[in-house]
Design a protein around this ligand. Structure first.
Ligand code: GLU
Length: 373
């Protein structure tokens, strides 16, 4: 199964976690970085295009700043990332050079990828770098972001990068051998699961709950990343990154770590961007009739189906669509701002012009700008 799936893989995103890149003292582990870079070189020579999403900036900067503990405040984390990022890039450069490869630094923020223009710019840059045979090394631009506008973690960033770069596979190198039936540090009889066909609630539960901040060794964010990549038709393989030869083994289709199959229906790239990259800035509650029409009949959202509007958003913003139960079932780009939408609650499309004095169209969210979750 793995070999067949890997046959069509040409462009891959390799996400490398801080725990893989650093030793217990928090310094960059040049032996491991060297190993991984040698494997990247082998992949390049086989004609694969490799994009790295690398953590480790904050960890590497901590020592440089003389901090004994993990930095806690945001400015301290940012200072650590700023100095650590240069050390990280130096480490990649030094380790790729013997293989005649070069690293390029790409720092992104969530706002960058939230703008369609910048998203497409990032894609063009990555394409150009890969065309020159260079290895892009991506990290979050930690200096300029705070918690509310962060990607949150590099697992999430790596899943988004599979969409930006139109990659075919996400390989997550982490400090555990793969996905287990339970946290192996607490449950010694937990089993490694080699294949996850679908990311169900049970899988999320075993990972410590989707999006929970206390995942099993960060497993929840990895499952969320595999899910996002999967929605785009991209498979994820998760393996233990410190193991020598693991990248090659994974790419040759050996049964290492855990393979997450993509979900059947790949969203198109733009819809994936709407569903997963944009941060929703408001919520529209719709009645059951509208929910049914959106979920089952492929319709657009009309003002008549709106029950209430929450939060403030501009025209063009991404909003959550929820039913009476408050459960989000879709996301989309609103053609009307929150203020306008409130004025249009329950009205007919033919009344929009009269109510607002202008008219952007008959629907609040057009089907083409809507993604069912
Ligand atoms: N951007 C952070 C760093 O380079 C890492 C974030 C993460 O590991 O999720 O240190």
């Amino acid at each position: 199964m793995r070999r067949g799936l890997l046959k069509t893989v040409k462009r891959i995103v390799i996400k490398i976690g801080s725990g893989v890149l650093t030793d217990p003292e928090g310094t960059l582990d040049m032996v491991v970085i060297g190993q991984i870079c040698d494997e990247i070189a082998l992949l390049r020579h086989r004609g694969l295009e490799v994009i790295v999403v690398s953590s480790g900036a904050i960890a590497a900067g901590r020592n440089e700043l003389g901090l004994t503990d993990k930095p806690r405040t945001i400015p301290h984390k940012q200072a650590a990332a700023a100095i650590g990022q240069t050390r990280l890039m130096q480490a990649y450069q030094t380790s790729l050079a013997p293989n005649n490869l070069k690293a390029a630094q790409v720092l992104l923020t969530s706002e960058d990828l939230g703008s369609r223009q910048r998203f497409l710019n990032a894609r063009a840059t990555l394409d150009a770098l890969l065309g020159f045979g260079i290895i892009p090394v991506i990290n979050e631009n930690d200096t300029v972001v705070v918690d509310e506008i962060k990607f949150g973690d590099n697992d999430n960033l790596s899943a988004l990068v599979t969409n930006v770069a139109e990659a075919h596979l996400l390989l997550i190198l982490t400090d555990i051998e793969g996905f287990y039936s339970a946290d192996p540090r607490t449950y010694p009889d937990a089993r490694l699961i080699p294949l996850v066909k679908a990311i169900t609630r049970e899988v999320e539960h075993a990972a410590g709950g989707a999006g929970s901040a206390v995942g099993t060794g960060g497993m929840a964010t990895k499952i969320a990343a595999a899910r996002k990549a999967g929605k785009n038709g991209v498979a994820t393989i998760m393996v233990s990154g410190k193991q020598r030869g693991i990248v090659t083994a994974a790419l040759q289709g050996e049964e290492v770590g855990t393979l997450f199959l993509p979900s059947g229906t790949g969203l198109n790239r733009r819809k994936h961007w709407i569903a997963y990259t944009l941060k929703p800035s408001g919520m529209i509650i719709v009645d059951d009739g509208a929910r049914n029409a959106l979920l089952k009949k492929g319709k657009s959202l009309l003002p008549s189906g709106i029950v209430s509007v929450q939060g403030r958003f501009e025209r063009g913003a991404c909003v959550r669509l929820c039913g009476f139960d408050g459960v989000e079932f879709a996301r989309g780009l609103s053609d009307y701002s929150s203020g306008e939408s409130i004025r249009l609650i329950g009205c007919k499309s033919s009344e929009i012009e009269e109510l607002l004095g202008y008219h952007y169209g008959d629907v609040i969210i057009h089907r083409d700008n809507l993604v069912l979750l």
